[in-house]
Write a protein that binds this ligand. Structure first.
Ligand code: NAD
Length: 301
């Protein structure tokens, strides 16, 4: 069992750190939020007064932070310097590839192994320990991280070198965002043509229109009982996070000259929906924007 520092005890980090604790590791947490620290103490986790203090003596340092700036600032601000030689750095935040590679470099400059390991599965997956990790780093670093990731998730996919996990995450979520808008357009067209939601679902879910977003996150109530549409679009996977991921994908595409026209358009539709009040709703609520409803933020049909 290892001594682990866990930095960022938010919606995702708190249950992930709790699963490491349950697996028998010694976990020392740190978060800027006093409420997050209180919650960690309440489940028996040790907490430190700073990120650097948490990393002092840690064999593994896990970060689960909002964005790339937070990650690089934490690494530069004493996290890497405070960790003992040979510590392994795992970043599970969703960040831009450049920040991720900068974090890898900062660790490597001190001879530390690092892995970017963003997740898919959301808060429910973090709580249940069923996350999928997309891991980027040297094969040695990924293999060293694997048992720790396995304590927090069900699948670890080795994606390639530094930043490859982040690249995989943004490409996957670009597919998801585009898919949800396509599905929403099909259901709205069906509504206008007088075609029943269930009938469209029964056809599309067993025909060439079938896809994961349709059969798991169907944007209309009824066909998929567990989808957010059946609970007023309470997330789930919030629109704000989908917008974040599509923005990362757009920026990455621009930086490498990839023409992701649909990804860009999907990002703009989610941005307008978020600005119009949909940010806190499940991303499948984007069907409201497609319908041109009150929260759409975009011009109606
Ligand atoms: P969150 O905002 O709930 O948690 C982030 C935590 O980091 C907060 O508690 C904040 O106080 C803390 N923090 C910020 N800067 C810090 C610093 N310098 N030192 C210590 N703590 C600091 O966010 P979340 O939902 O837990 O998401 C975390 C990451 O996981 C994000 O990158 C997000 O994109 C990604 N993610 C989230 C989900 C989801 O469903 N919530 C799913 C997949 C990936």
């Amino acid at each position: 069992m290892a001594a682990i520092a866990f930095i960022g005890l938010g919606n995702m980090g708190a249950p992930m750190a709790a699963n490491l604790l349950k697996a028998g590791h010694t976990v020392t947490g740190f978060d800027l939020s006093p409420a997050a620290l209180d919650a960690a103490r309440a489940i028996g986790m040790a907490v430190a007064p700073s990120a650097a203090a948490a990393a002092d003596g840690a064999e593994v340092v896990v970060t689960m932070l909002p964005a790339g700036d937070h990650l690089v600032e934490a690494y530069e601000g004493g996290l890497v310097a405070a960790a003992p030689t040979g510590a392994l750095f795992i970043d599970s935040s969703t960040v831009d590839v450049a920040s991720s590679r900068r974090a890898h470099d900062l660790a490597a400059e001190r001879g530390m192994m690092a892995v970017d390991a963003p997740v898919s599965g959301g808060v429910a997956g973090a709580e249940a320990g069923t996350l999928t990790f997309m891991a980027g780093g040297t094969p040695e670093a990924v293999e060293r991280a694997r048992p720790f990731l396995a304590s927090m998730g069900r699948r670890v996919v080795a994606c390639g070198g530094p930043g490859a996990g982040q690249a995989a995450k943004m490409c996957n979520n670009m597919i998801l965002g585009i898919s949800m808008i396509g599905i929403s357009e099909a259901f709205v067209l069906a509504e206008r043509l007088g075609l029943d939601h269930q009938a469209l679902f029964d056809v599309a879910s067993t025909s060439s229109g079938q896809c994961w977003a349709l059969t798991n996150h169907c944007p209309v109530p009824g066909p998929v009982p567990g989808s957010a549409a059946n609970r007023g679009y309470r997330p789930g996977f919030a629109t704000a996070l989908m917008l974040k991921d599509l923005t990362l994908a757009r920026d990455a595409a621009e930086s490498v000259g990839a023409d992701t026209a649909l990804g860009r358009h999907a990002r703009d539709i989610f941005a307008a929906f978020a600005a119009g009040g949909g940010a806190g709703l499940d991303y499948s609520a984007v069907i409201e924007a497609v319908r041109g409803g009150a929260r759409s933020g975009v011009a109606g049909p």
